[in-house]
Ligand binder design. Structure first.
Ligand code: KG4
Ligand code: ZN
Length: 335
């Protein structure tokens, strides 16, 4: 059987990324042009700046991905592109580039949900075994997704307010740390102790939903109260306490859902999956559950990239999904 070569294109936020993946599992090239430095001085992603960077970078990144893979468009079997969710102006650049290339070279087009991409990053590490549960934690999402087979996604829990990564970024801003705050808090947390009492939002009994805005406010109040009293709080301890609260809720709910749903495999996904504390607590928790395999992708595949979009797109393509040239970006796309 001939190899399947799929090109993935991802522009939903602040990375312009193109990758080529062979047979859904093997990365042949993986180019990510990050814009972090351009957004840093604004303390977050500025949508207008993101779009402009994508326009400037997309052609270069497309060429680079082909060059690194030593292939041309004639070798590509399908183009997979992130349709949503994300910033509309950013998504549009990727979707239009994908449509242009697909049209010009007569290559089939496949649309991919960004979160499906994050989940399928795991298939670049190991084969998926069903039923599986994925904990998706990123700057825009915090979800527990149940999958009984390829292409079937059921959200069994999600955040009711802030995403985990968003909470990290906001807490980092309170501590005057640069954007993106997640890695900064992660680093600080390891130098401190979780001695400050912060809330954990368990919500109603049995709920797999999350909430991080109360925790975020508690951190901000702790800092303000200390300032007013002229006391000093060690930022390391605050970071450690905040991180302990986030991880406690994420891991406890993931373990409970995995048991209740008779899960074979748990996949960690999204930018916050790069968190060292989360990785180690989750690993320890699943070490005790012998029947459930835990998969954690390497850091490079946790944050936004196009290999994950090509991986998900390969499966959708083989299932027969095709997008027409009328494909439009959808910033609020449901999984
Ligand atoms: O998946 P991603 O690259 O983009 C979205 O789709 O949102 O996730 C970015 C998020 C940011 O909020 C960033 O602060 C967070 O992931 N992040 C981390 C770490 N590395 C990145 N959060 C906690 N600890 C980390 N080590
Ligand atoms: Zn993402």
């Amino acid at each position: 059987k001939k190899d399947l070569l799929v090109m993935g294109i991802e522009t939903s936020c602040d990375e312009t990324a193109v990758s080529i993946v062979r047979n859904g599992r093997e990365i042949v090239s993986n180019i990510v042009a990050s814009q972090i430095d351009s957004h840093k001085r604004f303390g977050g992603v500025v949508p207008e700046i993101a779009s402009r960077h994508h326009v400037e970078q997309i052609t270069i990144v497309l060429e680079e991905a082909l060059k690194e893979a030593k292939v041309s468009y004639e070798d590509i079997d399908a183009i997979a592109v992130t349709q949503g969710p994300g910033l509309v102006g950013a998504l549009l650049i990727g979707v239009n580039a994908a449509k242009a290339v697909a049209f010009a070279h007569g290559i089939p087009l496949v649309s991919v949900h960004h979160i499906a991409g994050h989940i399928y990053a795991n298939r670049l590490i190991t084969e998926m075994s069903f039923p599986l549960l994925s904990l998706v934690v990123s700057g825009g999402h915090t979800e527990l997704v149940y999958m009984k087979e390829h292409g079937h996604f059921e959200v069994i829990g999600e955040t009711r307010d802030d995403a985990a990564g968003e909470a990290y970024d906001k807490v980092a801003r309170t501590l005057h740390l640069p954007y993106p705050g997640g890695p900064q808090i992660d680093r600080l947390a390891h130098e401190g102790e979780a001695v400050i009492d912060l809330p954990r939002a368990w919500l109603e009994d049995g709920s797999y939903d999350f909430s991080f805005s109360g925790l975020k406010s508690a951190v901000i109040n702790t800092v303000h109260n200390a300032e007013q009293r002229g006391e000093t709080i060690k930022p390391e301890d605050l970071a450690a306490s905040f991180q302990a609260s986030v991880i406690d809720v994420l891991v406890t709910k993931t373990v409970r859902a995995a048991k209740e749903y008779g899960i074979k495999q748990v996949l960690l996904a999204g930018g916050v999956a790069a968190n060292k504390g989360l990785r180690s607590v989750l690993t320890a928790a699943f070490n005790e559950l012998e029947d459930i395999e835990l998969v954690i992708p390497p850091l490079k595949l946790c944050t936004d990239n196009a290999a994950m979009i090509a991986a998900a797109g390969s499966v959708m393509f083989e299932k027969g999904q095709r997008a027409g040239l009328a494909l439009n970006a959808n910033p609020g796309l449901d999984i």
